[in-house]
Ligand binder design. Sequence first.
Ligand code: SAM
Length: 287
Amino acid sequence: MVEVERMDLWFYEQSGPNLRVHYRVKELLEKKKTEYQELVVLDTERYGRTLVLDGAVQTTIRDEFIYHEMIVHVPLFTHPEPKKVLVIGGGDGGSVREILKHPTIEEVHLAEIDREVVAAAREYLPEISSGLSDERVQIHYTDGIKFVAEHSDAFDVIIVDSPDPVGPAVGLYKQDFYSSIYRALKADGIFVGQTESPWSNQDIVPGIFARIKAVFPITRMYLTCVPTYPGWMWSFTLGSKQHDPLDIDPTSIPELGFRCYTPALHQAAFVLPRFVEELLSSAEPNK
Ligand code: SAM
């Protein structure tokens, strides 16, 4: 009889043709093919429970707070009184949880294409999905592109919490979609989207930035570090009709129980390294 002393189970995320990031796995909790993508939930030694879609890590219990606090609090504190917020994608619920920390919030709409992502988050990631049951939240299981096109002058803030531009998310990075978001926002509305890594995705980041800039009078990129996203360095792009995120008074920001976001970081996140500035200076919408 062969005695198995240690089972060594690993998952890797393939980042382009030449790089793999490996995670030691404690347990495979879920693996299924949904109508839209392959959905996997793992329990990993280093990052805890981890949601993976089409082979790409979306969120983990240990580091999710960095991404979710930065995608939400920068636009919400830039807006003087956010009441009605739309999240496109974001089916894990992390962005919704952070939005609900703001006392002015009256309605949060989540337009998520894949109901199985929400179901998996509710089952395996309750720390992240907790806000989804709040009475101010409405979940719409639909394509975010269609949902946005059906609204005008409706939202104070729209957050695009999307996966990489593959599969059903390709249209979430197109010029028409950004124009549609502009129309769905109120007169002083603010958009923010996750816009990939200026280190690992240099082939697509300038084009995404340029397409947002072609639509919004104020367009600014800001950065954070997400340890489980390839390259760590991650960007968000904020497009605004009136309010500039750099004009906020840091002393006006209340403490809402942050683990990453701070008033000083709000300002500092917009300071870009030279190679990122140069990358954006070459930005053209069609690339
Ligand atoms: N924070 C994550 C990241 O950057 O990796 C994104 C997380 S969230 C789970 C992304 C969600 O967007 C997925 O649940 C996916 O089903 C959803 N999604 C993809 N395309 C979509 C579309 N066209 N409309 C609405 N939701 C979409």
